[in-house]
Ligand binder design. Sequence first.
Ligand SMILES: *[C@@H]1O[C@H](CO)[C@@H](O)[C@H](O)[C@H]1NC(C)=O
Ligand SMILES: *[C@@H]1O[C@H](CO)[C@@H](O)[C@H](O)[C@H]1NC(C)=O
Ligand SMILES: *[C@@H]1O[C@H](CO)[C@@H](O)[C@H](O)[C@H]1NC(C)=O
Ligand SMILES: *[C@@H]1O[C@H](CO)[C@@H](O)[C@H](O)[C@H]1NC(C)=O
Length: 433
Amino acid sequence: MLQRTAIYLLFLSTVFAVNRPPKIYMQPTDREIYYKPGESVEILCIANGIPKPEYIWRRNGVVYNPSGQGDRVVQLPNQGTIVFNKPEDKDEGIFQCFADNGYGISASVKINLREAKLKKFADEPSQTHIVFAGEDLTLPCYPPQSYPPADVYWVIKEPDGRRQDVNFDKRVSMDIEGRLRFTNVLGSDMVGGRAYSCMAVNYFMRDSAIGPEHVVTVFGSTERKLPATELWTSPRYQFFLKGGTLRLKCIFAGNPTPEVHWKKLEGKFPDRAKFKSFGQELQITDVRESDAGQYECMGLNSESTQRATKVFDVRIKAAPFWVEEPQDVEASINQTATFICKADGDPKPNYAWYINGVPLEDRQNKPRIYNNRFYKKDANNITLTNLTLEDHMNIQCNASNQHGYIFSDVYLNVLDWDISSMQIPDKKKIRVA
Ligand SMILES: *[C@@H]1O[C@H](CO)[C@@H](O)[C@H](O)[C@H]1NC(C)=O
Ligand SMILES: *[C@@H]1O[C@H](CO)[C@@H](O)[C@H](O)[C@H]1NC(C)=O
Ligand SMILES: *[C@@H]1O[C@H](CO)[C@@H](O)[C@H](O)[C@H]1NC(C)=O
Ligand SMILES: *[C@@H]1O[C@H](CO)[C@@H](O)[C@H](O)[C@H]1NC(C)=O
């Protein structure tokens, strides 16, 4: 009796829990994960599938055994997720998770695990800058290496060690590379002999580094009057990525402080355009193809006989994006399955296909894949005909260009009955997992 019940249950589970290739359904959304030395960090990887998949990790392309790292690294139970309890320098690398249940191997994207860092500024003696009132002045800043990249600020160092932010206005501002720019210097810029310093802040590490001191000495009791001239501008030829933010900046020297105006040489500014930094900076969010073209900034003050101008040639490029993303296919014996992977981008994306995580090219000698039932019609289309029960697999497609990649992992499952009519199969056709 017990035995018969067991067989019956086995029958039910086979009917209702049809085998299904694995699918990683949780993985990090960021492809770069930073960690602070000694603070735990995890790389998420959870898959489903019937039967339940097992996980394999690769680090820099080589099989990586999380349990072979002492107790520093653990893999969470019933998941692929790995946790680095006390990460060190040597844990950096490119990680990829695979889930295998015997019916296919699902692959995650590649995650770049990096140690966060903020180096110190180079040790430099305090520098004094001597300048006539009304002239322009630039204070340099060479921020140290930082992962993730640091934000740059300028501060005035108080005698008691406290730091006060430099207030920006249209006369005093920072260029996009972090230098402090005075379009014309006033006596008050000496700030009582206190020093200016640039500061690099790494928000991820909650840490900052302070640069060398710059002291400003201003000569002359009357300010020189000077026409508007270019002091710092963004490079002329630039490209921005679709969906990103366009940023162009023009800082003009001159006294009185020049006004900055912007023009799009053909057409109008979109509603997404904003003028920041007291008019010196043009920002366009959610960049589109229509934002390509020429822009011009101009600086003008009452001393100028003609305006100082700078023209920018802006091109828009695009990381790959989906036009048609591959879909999972559940099919019956003798049917045909087609996987379409179509993306667009600028430059046009290249495609790489994988079967169970292995590049298609490496599979050419495997008759199961490269047989007369397998067609790769073009870069975007893989078709399998006259399906057999052995054709279950995961198929990955990677569409990439120099600006990034999109990655899709889908499966082909071949069922031994017609799912559309939900017929219960013959007993003899049931495969026991
Ligand atoms: C996709 O292709 C790009 C370009 O070759 C490569 O850098 C990236 O690592 C690939 N991604 C995956 C998940 O294989
Ligand atoms: C599949 O096709 C072959 C040859 O055409 C045929 O003999 C077989 O019965 C078909 N199987 C199913 C399940 O339709
Ligand atoms: C994909 O390729 C197959 C086989 O060559 C063909 O029958 C099918 O029409 C193609 N589909 C698309 C959308 O290109
Ligand atoms: C696929 O099946 C069709 C009929 O359904 C048959 O004509 C054809 O020869 C089969 N092709 C292969 C490669 O088995």
